[in-house]
Design a protein around this ligand. Structure first.
Ligand code: ADP
Ligand code: MG
Length: 612
């Protein structure tokens, strides 16, 4: 059938109200999490002291928000569902002094147009409530009903009439992760309100009303971790917060909650300002956790960038950046910052002096060795793993083949490759620098090996194969450990539970946000179960968000968390064994994160350097 011809004469007519709302819904309600955000913000705007969030099938079936706020008058309830109807602003200039979340008057009509929506609301002055039901934007019924003061909104079958959008939804576990993040952020910024969240039949959190910001942040991110309060004012910025101590860090930004005037925002720039407030206390690649609530004159913030409003425009971004950085730095200084002392110790024991290398942060990966300063020798057991687990079966023997490679310096390409069947005795260990760089003579060249990235590469290639084959050895723990995850980590756990259980972990949910860990991959069994497991979860979250395949992410995380660290002491045999294994890797020049594993210097290159 040929498509209908577009004729020259076109009829211009306004779109039906229904169609307009459906189109707008595409912007306002991207996914179930955005519906939750809009509805909870409405509840907060209505002065609720307690808000319940109930989600079924990650929002595809039901999103229900119950509040005890002011309610809507019965003669107003229908108006609330007409487009651009709002009680929050009357003029455009009101945006300059905006104190509420809402102002567009778009959420209710949009949601009603793409779901089966039921609202029940009652004000204090009225002795009964009112129920209103919409289906695909069309009013179905309106009637009085018995109800408590406040408002309940039930959004059922979201996107039932926009199949494209419904199809676009991610898996239930992934949507649950978005929901957990949004719900948690709302509970943090509105920390004094009571919140309950039940997602897919599970209690995600339950926070009582009247909490302080610190209490709420700790309830979310873990009571056991150390936090530092932040409070202060510089120029146009007032900052209130509760942030992790420098050893309470993560390899991604998911432990961060940033708000401007109560609005949860995503801002790479402000997140960086927060990070830079830690200065050299933060290890490279790590991010602080916690919450920062900025209050900025409404005239300096443009919230009208996008309907979903996680983006804001700041007219004096540079000054806001500086203010955040300074206030964070000051709070950390005031708190005494014990890790500075630890660092000094670490430096003296390792022979590393400040200023010796601008590359190295002074605190070395503090999160890897919690509670034990920063540098330590690896336990003997850990090193033994370099043979036992890494090689799988055979220890490095005299008969292993050595692959000699020559790399073109300018391109990094392999230009010559000869396989010689030689003993590892062909490797001469010259020394180690700072318990991190191994200096080894092999064949015709001198190798400087980064022991962590090198080991990571070796383990990664083995783990990847084993993850594929589900052949990672599990080690049962003598005492199973119960770990409480934060809401978002829990969602990641649920999403990855099957993969974890196929990859040497023995994990199951234990009620609430508790996870029971009964087994760990045996290669990791020497490390602290609790910290290692949580790090794996964090790795999975950040790697997947970076678009990494699930199994690769798993292999990468296990490799990274099992590899010897900077500061671990390797014996001669282990050092040469590591290089030998590295040279047998498929992709030996970099670790899975892309950092180099070794530098090779040939005699010729050295000669050139010395002008011979
Ligand atoms: P906006 O929040 O931008 O004003 P909405 O479409 O979200 O627009 O809501 C329209 C109006 O309905 C609000 O301005 C408010 O007066 C009323 N309203 C919505 N939700 C609630 C609620 N939970 N409690 C009280 N009033 C509400
Ligand atoms: Mg609203």
């Amino acid at each position: 059938m040929p498509a209908p011809k577009v004729t020259d004469k076109r009829l211009i007519r306004p779109l039906p109200k229904n169609v307009i709302n459906k189109i707008a819904a595409g912007e306002v309600v991207e996914r179930p999490a955005s519906a939750v955000k809009e509805l909870v913000e409405n509840a907060v705007d209505a002065g609720a002291a307690k808000i319940d969030i109930i989600i079924e099938k990650s929002g595809a079936k039901l999103i229900k928000i119950v509040d005890n706020g002011c309610g809507i008058d019965e003669d107003q309830i229908e108006i609330a569902f007409s487009r651009h109807a709002t009680s929050k602003i009357a003029n455009f200039s009101d945006l300059d002094t905006l104190a509420s979340f809402g102002f567009r008057g778009e959420a209710l009509p949009s949601l009603a147009s793409v779901s089966r929506l039921r609202m029940v609301s009652r004000t204090r002055d009225s002795d009964s409530g009112r129920e209103i039901i919409y289906e695909g934007g069309v009013l179905q019924s309106k009637r009085p009903i018995a109800a408590a003061v406040g408002t309940t909104v039930e959004v059922a079958d979201l996107f039932f009439n926009t199949p494209a959008r419904r199809k676009f939804l991610k898996s239930e576990t992934t949507e649950a992760r978005y929901l957990a993040r949004v719900a948690t952020a709302l509970a943090v910024s509105n920390y004094s309100l009571g919140f309950n969240a039940d997602i897919n039949g599970k209690r995600l959190f339950s926070f009582s009303s009247g909490q302080s910001l610190s209490e709420r942040v700790k309830a979310v991110l873990g009571e056991k971790n150390k936090f530092v309060p932040v409070a202060g004012e510089i120029d146009l910025v007032r900052l209130e917060g509760c942030i992790g101590a420098p050893d309470n860090v993560r390899p991604n930004r998911y432990g961060q909650f940033l708000f401007i005037n109560g609005r949860f925002i995503a801002s790479i720039s402000l997140s960086h300002a927060w990070l830079s407030g830690y200065g050299e206390l933060m290890a490279r690649g790590m991010y602080p956790v916690g919450a920062l609530l900025l209050t900025i004159e409404p005239t300096e913030v443009d919230v009208n960038v996008h309907p979903s409003k996680t983006e804001v425009r700041l007219s004096r971004e540079r000054e806001v950046y500086e203010a955040v950085r300074k206030l964070v730095a000051e709070s950390l200084r005031q708190d005494g910052i014990i890790p500075t002392l630890k660092t000094a110790e670490a430096i003296s024991t390792s022979g590393f002096k400040p200023g010796e290398s601008s590359e190295r942060p002074f605190v070395r990966t503090p999160s890897f060795v919690p509670g034990i300063g920063s540098v330590k020798n690896a336990s003997p057991g850990l090193i033994a793993d370099l043979y036992k687990n890494v090689g799988g079966d055979t220890p490095i023997s005299e008969t292993n083949r050595i692959t000699q490679v020559t790399i073109d310096k300018s391109t990094g390409e392999v230009i010559g490759k000869t396989e010689s069947s030689g003993p590892s005795a062909g490797f001469r260990f010259i020394g180690r620098f700072d318990n991190l760089y191994l200096i080894i003579e092999a064949g015709e060249a001198l190798y400087i090996v980064d022991q962590h990235t090198a080991h990571e590469r070796v383990l990664y290639e083995q783990m990847l194969e084993k993850v594929e084959k589900q052949a990672i050895n599990a080690q049962n723990l003598l005492f199973p450990v119960q770990i409480e995850l934060d809401p978002e980590q829990y969602a990641v756990f649920e999403e990855s539970a099957a993969l974890l259980n196929n990859s040497g972990f023995g994990v199951s949910s234990f009620g609430g946000r508790m996870v029971n860990v009964e087994a760990m991959p045996s290669i990791m069994s020497k490390r602290s179960t609790e910290t290692t497991f949580v790090k794996v979860i964090d790795d999975l979250a950040s790697l997947r968000n970076a678009g990494c395949d699930q199994k690769k992410a798993m292999a990468q995380s296990i490799a990274c968390r099992s590899a010897v660290m900077a500061g671990d002491y390797l014996s001669e045999r282990e050092a040469t064994g590591l290089l030998e294994q590295l040279l047998r890797c498929r992709d030996k020049y970099s670790c899975p994160h892309g950092r180099p594993t070794f530098i090779r210097l040939s005699r010729g290159e050295l000669d050139k350097q010395f002008g011979r």
